[in-house]
Design a binder for this molecule. Structure first.
Ligand code: MSP
Length: 577
């Protein structure tokens, strides 16, 4: 990865008419992995998610539940927050479209567009689907029904405000053609270019309040509320405080959106036109993923729906869930979710490949450490180092394109290489041959490096496991400090020193002299009989002519000093860990 850059990543804001499920979780997990990855690379990252709380769908769901739309939105929005907390999502901000900070920016943009002549009032009649909250053209209707919900449509005629979207068609086509990865993967770019071959219509951006109360009033006509997409899309701008805000100026030029293919058209067509009309830069990339399908075909023991699918996270753990969804779905394509596939991956990739490597490496490192004179690296050691560097390059390239599956495959290829290295070098056999100490030390150093690499590179994907691996790798390298409980059996001042006391401490089976710089804080008599904590594996050191064989632990702050004692009795010599 190149120099530090600025990165702003958004997820869709989720409707609060349904509980969080696999689909929402997938988008949010991959966004999280990407945000973590870019932070790891040293980038300045802002990662936004949130909830979309206006519109018919929410008003209807609230009515069914017998509560006010706001109370309903509060509850489900909290459920999303809690779900992301449970999944270890590291968003920097969570926006709700019912927040004043959002409404303010939506109204400012609407007013600016109205003032610029980009919005006009017109009569419109058409077939409306309440489920989709949109009109359907005759061409789109299937058997007189909504193509999505398969329910009958309602003919509605009303006056509404329209955004002059049609006038941006030429500009948009040109922009997409000039920026081949503006919409990616390519299949979605092609889909949008195909759609733009037909004339683009103006966009209805309002609903009469007589029909829909639950929305943001138009600033120039409060008998209308803002139509859902115009409200929802602006969250990406309002969450940064809107134009003029320092955060907006910093992050907006670097925005990338991440969405599911279901909301491609609003993001690939409406949104760039809206931004263009408002005089704001358009996003750099729209990253589009496919859909999870469940229950297709013969998934006997499998989970039955998207909510149950997300519940597998509680049964198998966060890392396992994250790993599965990222490894199973090729970015941009659909994938099938089943518990069998989940468990299969868990056993093969996590328990077997990764689990075994980490267990073997940590056992070896804990048993033998990385000390001692290591022999020169041989071809096998160099190959592991080369594989790590190559994997890093390939993971970077995959992540550049949101290809999470490929990134993980590269990391697993490296895990495979290290497992083969352990098989080939036979460190347990080396340990039994005194003449091969140097070789063993080199193998263990190579393994410690590999573990450290994994602890870092797995962080964005499997944060919990990676943290444990980092601890294991760090432990292997850290010079080991041996701590023991000691009883002070005698204490006296060190002659000619204001600060030092000479202590005789018992470690149970031996007594030692330790010199401590605590004379200004403790009188010798107060120390005798105290149980303290000492470091026992230090080289002897002479202080004012007295040899010290260890160190008494103490803390200090603001000129105060306190030695560490026990809060319950233990015999001298007891290990401290
Ligand atoms: N509120 C709108 C988005 C506004 S963005 C300015 C919305 N909300 S939603 O709750 O329906 O969420 C849709 C998103 O959820 C999809 O784009 C996708 O990110 C995720 N998914 C929902 N179901 C999914 C699958 N079955 N599979 C994969 N992701 C899906 O649309």
């Amino acid at each position: 990865m190149t120099a530090r850059s600025t990165f702003y990543l958004t997820t869709p804001i989720y409707y609060v008419n349904a509980a969080p499920h696999l689909g929402h979780a997938y988008t949010t997990i991959i966004a999280d992995a990407m945000a973590r990855y870019r932070r790891l690379a040293g980038d300045d990252v802002w990662f936004l998610t949130g909830t979309d709380e206006h519109g018919d769908k929410i008003a209807q769901a609230a009515a069914r539940a017998g509560v006010s739309p706001q109370a309903y939105a509060d509850e489900i929005s909290s459920a999303f927050r809690a779900a992301w907390g449970g999944l270890g999502i590291t968003h920097n901000d969570f926006i709700r479209t019912t927040e004043p900070r959002h409404q303010k920016v939506v109204q400012a943009i609407l007013q600016a567009l109205r003032d610029a002549g980009e919005i006009y009032l017109d009569k419109y009649g058409g077939n409306y689907c309440f489920g989709c909250e949109r009109f359907y053209t005759d061409k789109e209707i299937v058997d007189g029904k909504c193509p999505d919900h398969r329910t009958p449509l309602t003919y509605i005629e009303e006056e509404n405000y329209f955004f002059k979207m049609s006038k941006y068609q030429g500009w948009l086509i040109e922009h997409i053609e000039r920026h081949p990865d503006f919409i990616r993967p390519e299949r979605y770019r092609n889909e949008i270019l195909g759609f733009l071959r037909d004339p683009l219509q103006d966009l209805s951006i309002s609903r009469p309040r007589t029909r829909l109360e639950w929305g943001i009033p138009l600033p120039f006509d409060d008998t209308y509320v803002t139509y859902v997409w115009f409200d929802a899309l602006i969250n990406y701008v309002s969450a940064l405080g809107g134009p003029g805000d320092a955060r907006f100026e910093k992050f907006w030029p670097h925005v990338q959106h991440l969405i599911g293919k279901d909301i491609l058209k609003p993001h690939a067509v409406y949104w760039p036109c809206m931004l263009k009309a408002a005089g704001l830069p358009v996003y750099t990339h729209l990253n589009v993923h496919g859909y999870w399908n469940i229950g297709g075909g013969k998934m006997s023991k499998s989970v039955g729906n998207v909510v149950e699918a997300l519940a597998l996270k509680d049964r198998y753990g966060n890392d396992a869930f994250r790993y599965f969804v990222m490894r199973e779905m090729a970015f941009g394509l659909d994938a099938a979710f089943s518990e069998e596939a989940f468990v299969g991956r868990l056993n093969a990739d996590l328990a077997n490949d990764l689990g075994n490597l980490v267990a073997r490496a940590t056992t070896l490192l804990a048993g033998f450490g990385t000390g001692g004179d290591a022999g020169a690296p041989d071809a096998g050691d160099q190959e592991v180092a080369r594989a790590a560097a190559e994997a890093r390059r390939l993971v970077d390239a995959a992540m550049e394109e949101f290809a999470f599956q490929r990134a993980l495959a590269e990391i697993w290829a490296f895990i495979g290489a290290v497992n083969r290295y352990v098989d080939a070098t036979q460190p347990w056999a080396l340990a039994k041959a005194p003449a091969r100490r140097g070789r063993l030390a080199r193998v263990l150093l190579t393994l410690a490096d590999a573990l450290q690499w994994l602890g870092i590179m797995l962080g964005p994907f499997l944060p919990d496991a990676a943290a444990k691996i980092r601890v294991a790798a760090g432990d292997a390298r850290a010079p080991r400090v041996e701590l023991r409980v000691a009883e002070v059996v005698a204490a006296e001042p060190v002659p000619k020193s204001k600060k030092l006391l000479k202590l005789t401490v018992s470690l149970g089976d031996e007594q030692r002299t330790m010199v401590a710089g605590i004379a200004e804080h403790y009188a010798p008599a107060d120390l005798v009989g105290k149980k303290v904590v000492v470091v026992v594996n230090l080289e002897p050191a002479k202080l004012m002519g007295v040899e010290s064989n260890g160190m008494v632990l103490a803390g200090s702050a603001d000129g105060k000093l306190a030695i560490l004692t026990l809060d319950r009795d233990l015999p001298p010599g007891a290990k401290v860990r």
